[in-house]
Structure formats: structure tokens, C-alpha cells
Design a binder for this molecule. Structure first.
Ligand code: ZN
Length: 435
């Protein structure tokens, strides 16, 4: 049954692509099912209902509290990716490690952590203690989780907040595909395809509660890892830098269970606005530290909760969003390649290219991106022109970047895409917390 549903979603997406006159290379990628509708994606489908509830809870929170919607969405992205890491960790330990987790111990507390420092010592401002071999997923899983969650949130946001409610998003089944993602705007007869360069700012650690009898055996393992059987875990909670814990319930019992969705479902049913308030407050504190541009060593100790904050926590290749220099270089090359191979031939004016991310190029914008955003591409020989024919008509060239779409930063060369997306993410004039 599940397989049949996937086929139907793909067929529907193909129909939309054809009606938008998508060029052959996109149709072929979609036909081979390496580009699938976001609702069918492996990490979205089993969690779709809870994901939509969480989106509604957070977007309503932003509206009621006059919060910047973009920042609330960026914080929600981090929350969802972090929960995915936790579920993925439990799933792996159940299937491959005989129902046992190897938690990091500090005092009486047990943690699953995704940056390699002791969270409890950061909370208590005691120092930077390395937590060797954290619990981060494999990089292929990280890529898949952040891509799928980003495109799901972006498509919900566009469908609810823009003048394109019929938007559809397609994602690559493999992270090595030529096209990472496609947004389809049927009403505006437009396709935006591009590279995903998404990566969370902070994925908070999970704290595990166990009965006192189990606690006694792990006490002597201070700042080491200890084995805990999953059935002994009473509760799992996210812990933030101010020490607040946000309960995620307990992992499902029984080894045949799917672990995809239990934290999402728990939060979707139990999250109160005071919990969201605390989460957003903590997240924004780290976001503004990051945005300040100070080095990690100039920041308060709690900054080491963030990805890309430096050794031993997390090295710079884990920098959040579209802010890693290697990612800016790779995305730029990939966009040149797609344009050169498929889009500079003419007859593809309804297609735009760009980058999708959770956060914009905060630190590296000036040095790496600013001066190339107005660059246009052109193949003189193709039209029998030479490079001295500088008055080249618009039909022969296209922008290198038509758009950059993130939750806290948007850039548009393409006026149609700007018309669809350029207004709804901007902070409302009444938003008071952004700086
Ligand atoms: Zn510690």
C-alpha cells in the first residue's frame, strides 16, 4: 500500500512538472524517482501529522507573541533536526546494539549529546570538558534529515503565508543527486530548483532519567560513557543552556517498534506555549551570540552548545546554514553547472535556480557572496556572438543566483520569485526582538 501511495505522489508531481513545461532533465530525474514529493520522503512520511501540528503550534506562537516568524521557523528547524538525531540514535541502538545506549555521564546525569562537550558542565559554567565520541549521526543521515525537514517546513510556510498555496516541493532521494530540491509554483507558472545547504545551529542534548537502582552502577563513571538498557529509561528530555528540561516522554517499548516519530508526537500533544517560549528564548540567545561575529573563545561558555563553535565541541565544517565557505563554493559551482548544461539553451525562462537553507550566510556574506550575486552567465559561442557584443539581449543570459531562500535571509534577482516569496518572511514591523 505504502509503495502505491509513493507512485501516486510521484505521478501527481510529474503532471505538475509537465504543466509547468519543465525541461527534460528535470522530468527524467523525477521519472526515475530520484526526485520525490516531500510528503513521500522517508523521514517525513511517518511523522507527517505530528510535523504539521508542530508547524501550526510554532507559527501560531510567532503570530500571537509578535515574534519574527523567520527566526521561530529557524528554531523549529533545529528542534526537529535534533529530535530526528535522538530518534535515529535510539533506532540504531535498538537494532544494532542489543537495546543498550552508551550515555555520557556527568555526576548523576546521563546524556546523549551531539556536540562533543559535557552539557552539564556548560550549564553550570564549570568548563569545557570533552565528551569523547558524541552521539552524532553519520553525515549521510544528517544531510538527509536536514534537507527533508527544511523543504517540508519551507513548503508549509509558502503554502500558508504566500500567494502560492498550491506550492509543491520535491527532494532528491540521494544527497549526491544533480538537483537537491525543486519548488513548484503552479499559479505563477514557475519552478525554483537548487542546492540545499542546510545545517542546524543547535541540537540540544537529551538527558535520560533512570531508576535509582540503575543510577548506582553508573555513578563512578563520571565524564565517561556508561551502558544503559533502553527499558530502564523512564524519561528522555531535551536540556537547554539555562538548565531547563523539555520532556520527550520515553522511547517506545519493544524491539520491533519504529522509532520514527515518538518525540515529535509527544511534543505535538504536550507542548504548551510556556515551553515554546523557553525554547525560543534559549535558541535566540545562542543565535544572537553566533550572529555577533565574536569568536568562540570570546563568547560565554554556553556558546559551545552550538555546531561549528570549534574544538572540542564541533569543528567549523559543521557551521550552521549557508555559512560554511566550502558550501558557498560548492553551491556556486553546482548552479553554474546546472545553468551551463541545461538552462542556457533558451526556452527555459520559467525556471529559476538558487540555494535553500535554514540560515543565511551570516559570517561569510561579505567575503564570499556579496560580489557574485549580480553575476550573470552567458555562452557567447552558442549564439554566434563574441564577448565584445556586450549589449547581449536578456534572453541569452541568466543570473548565476536567482534566489537564496532561508528563514532569516532572502535574496532575489528573479522578480517573479521575489513576488511570491519576498514578503512573508520579513519581520513584521511590530517584531521587537530582532536586532
Ligand atoms: Zn560534566
Amino acid at each position: 500500500m505504502a509503495h502505491k501511495k509513493v507512485d501516486q505522489d510521484v505521478l501527481k508531481a510529474l503532471e505538475t512538472l509537465r504543466s509547468l513545461e519543465a525541461p527534460p532533465f528535470i522530468l527524467e530525474t523525477a521519472l526515475s524517482e530520484s526526485l520525490i514529493p516531500i510528503a513521500s520522503a522517508s523521514l517525513i512520511r511517518p511523522r507527517a501529522k505530528a510535523l504539521m501540528q508542530l508547524f501550526d503550534i510554532f507559527s501560531n506562537f510567532a503570530e500571537v507573541r509578535n515574534e519574527d516568524l523567520g527566526l521561530v521557523m529557524a528554531a523549529l528547524f533545529d528542534l526537529l533536526v535534533g529530535l530526528d538525531y535522538i530518534e535515529n540514535y535510539f533506532q540504531n541502538r535498538i537494532t544494532k546494539h542489543n537495546n543498550t545506549v552508551d550515555a555520557f555521564v556527568c555526576g548523576k546525569k546521563l546524556f546523549i549529546t551531539f556536540v562533543n562537550v559535557c552539557p552539564q558542565c556548560l550549564i553550570e559554567n564549570k568548563g569545557l570538558v570533552e565528551a569523547k565520541g558524541g552521539h552524532k549521526p553519520q553525515s549521510a543521515h544528517i544531510g538527509e534529515a536536514s534537507s527533508q525537514i527544511l523543504m517540508f517546513l519551507l513548503s508549509l510556510l509558502i503554502s500558508k503565508r504566500s500567494n502560492e498555496p498550491a506550492v509543491n516541493a520535491l527532494v532528491a532521494r540521494k544527497t549526491s543527486a544533480t538537483i537537491d530540491a525543486v519548488l513548484l509554483f503552479p499559479q505563477k507558472h514557475r519552478i525554483l530548483l537548487g542546492e540545499i545547504k542546510a545545517s542546524p545551529l543547535v541540537t540540544y542534548p537529551a538527558m535520560l532519567s533512570v531508576p535509582p537502582t540503575v543510577e548506582a552502577t553508573i555513578l563512578e563513571r563520571h565524564h565517561e560513557k556508561a551502558n544503559v538498557r533502553v527499558e530502564n529509561i523512564k524519561e528522555v528530555a531535551l536540556v537547554m543552556q539555562d538548565g531547563t528540561a523539555l520532556s520527550l516522554g520515553h522511547p517506545p517499548k519493544g524491539s520491533n517498534q519504529s522509532y520514527l516519530g515518538w518525540t515529535y508526537e509527544h511534543l505535538a500533544s504536550n507542548l504548551k506555549s510556556e515551553h515554546i517560549n523557553v525554547y525560543i528564548k534559549n535558541w535566540k540567545e545562542l543565535y544572537y551570540m553566533y550572529k555577533s561575529g565574536r569568536t568562540s573563545r570570546e563568547q560565554p561558555l554556553k556558546f559551545f552548545f552550538t555546531h561549528g563553535s570549534g574544538k572540542p565541541a564541533s569543528d567549523s565544517k559543521n557551521a550552521p546554514g549557508f555559512d560554511r565557505t566550502d558550501d558557498i563554493k560548492k553551491a556556486t559551482y553546482q548552479l553554474i553547472k546546472i545553468s551551463a548544461e541545461h538552462l542556457l539553451e533558451g526556452g527555459t525562462k520559467q525556471i529559476s535556480v538558487g540555494v535553500f537553507s535554514n540560515l543565511g550566510p551570516t559570517k561569510h556574506f561579505d567575503a564570499y557572496l556579496k560580489d557574485i550575486l549580480n553575476v550573470a552567465l552567458f555562452k557567447p559561442s552558442q549564439y554566434g556572438l563574441s564577448i565584445t557584443d556586450y549589449k547581449t539581449p536578456r534572453v541569452f543570459w541568466r543570473y548565476l543566483y536567482d534566489a537564496i531562500l532561508t528563514f532569516n535571509y532572502q535574496f532575489f534577482n528573479d522578480k517573479v520569485i521575489e513576488e511570491i516569496l519576498g514578503t512573508f518572511l520579513k519581520p513584521s514591523p511590530r517584531a521587537k526582538d530582532d536586532q
